[in-house]
Design a protein around this ligand. Structure first.
Ligand code: KIV
Length: 278
């Protein structure tokens, strides 16, 4: 809260200053009700392109479009006051070059109302990150396992093992030098995550990258037990809402079939009553 009683929204520079401080709490959100639940508890809320797999039933993030990100970004914006809202640039919306990246990042910021964008890639994306950050677009980078490159990797594999660690060190250094305010490290072994976190000046946000990172992020539907198609080792489920929801639907279906629902209290009388307004 500010002196005027207004909630102060967290900004990219605030996140940058959290390097080495209390761990950053980050989750994804794709809808207004979930954003409202996260508002008082998260530092960063990400509208990840994981929305394609989690809510739209796609088999990877490759089919996610800019319009989908804008629509979900707007929905999340309506539910958030305090956390920094970051929206993913989807596959194909930034890789051609700086101008394409700026055009689409500006659409996300103007239409969805996010204060930053996230894009995948290390060294080879540095020029694009530099171009965006110099023009008022704060960038969260994403290195290690970058799901938009799943076909190049040949699966959702741990990155940075053995000699491959040097590639990730170059990636993390390049996105830092290019001006990213933070970087997601995905599926990186603990010693490497610890080393990268010590070597770069911006906060590392881990997903499958150990507690050594400056913060943690998970997909909210994984945390709630709502997305159960697969479960990576790095996911911890804090609730089983998927099974609770199924149990509720089973009970509803049985009530309808047995004519137990609707019951008297759910039925409107002929003469209007005060309690009938809803
Ligand atoms: O798309 C996504 O949700 C992400 C995170 C989980 C980091 O990129």
């Amino acid at each position: 809260m500010s002196a005027t009683g207004e909630t102060k929204a967290i900004t990219p520079p605030d996140i940058r200053l959290r390097k080495g401080q209390a761990p950053l709490v980050c989750l994804t959100a794709y809808t207004t009700p979930i954003a409202k639940l996260l508002d008082r508890h998260c530092d960063i809320v990400l509208v990840g392109d994981s929305v394609g797999m989690v809510l739209h039933g796609l088999s990877s993030t490759l089919g996610v479009t800019l319009d989908m990100m804008i629509m979900h970004g707007k929905a999340v914006r309506r539910g958030l006051e305090r956390p920094l809202l970051v929206v993913d640039l989807p596959f194909g919306s930034y890789e051609e070059g700086p101008e394409q990246a700026f055009h689409n990042a500006a659409r996300l910021m103007a239409e969805a109302g996010c204060a930053a964008v996230k894009l995948e890639g290390g060294e080879h994306m540095a020029a694009i990150i530099r171009f965006l950050t110099a023009r008022g677009v704060p960038v969260m980078a994403h290195v290690g396992l970058t799901p938009q490159a799943v076909n190049t990797f040949g699966g959702y594999r741990v990155q940075g093992r053995g000699d491959d660690a040097e590639r990730l060190r170059r990636d993390a250094a390049a996105v830092t030098e290019a001006g990213a305010f933070s970087v997601v490290l995905e599926k990186v072994p603990e010693p490497l995550a610890r080393r990268l976190t010590a070597e770069i000046a911006i906060p590392t946000i881990g997903i499958g990258a150990s507690p050594a990172c400056d913060g943690q992020i998970l997909v909210v539907d994984d945390v709630l037990g709502m997305f159960t198609d697969f479960r990576p080792k790095f996911v911890k489920r804090y609730a089983e809402l998927g099974s609770a929801a199924e149990a509720a639907i089973v009970a509803y279906a049985a009530d309808v079939r047995e004519r137990r629902f609707p019951a008297a209290e759910h039925v409107y009388a002929t003469a209007s009553k005060a309690k009938d307004v809803a």
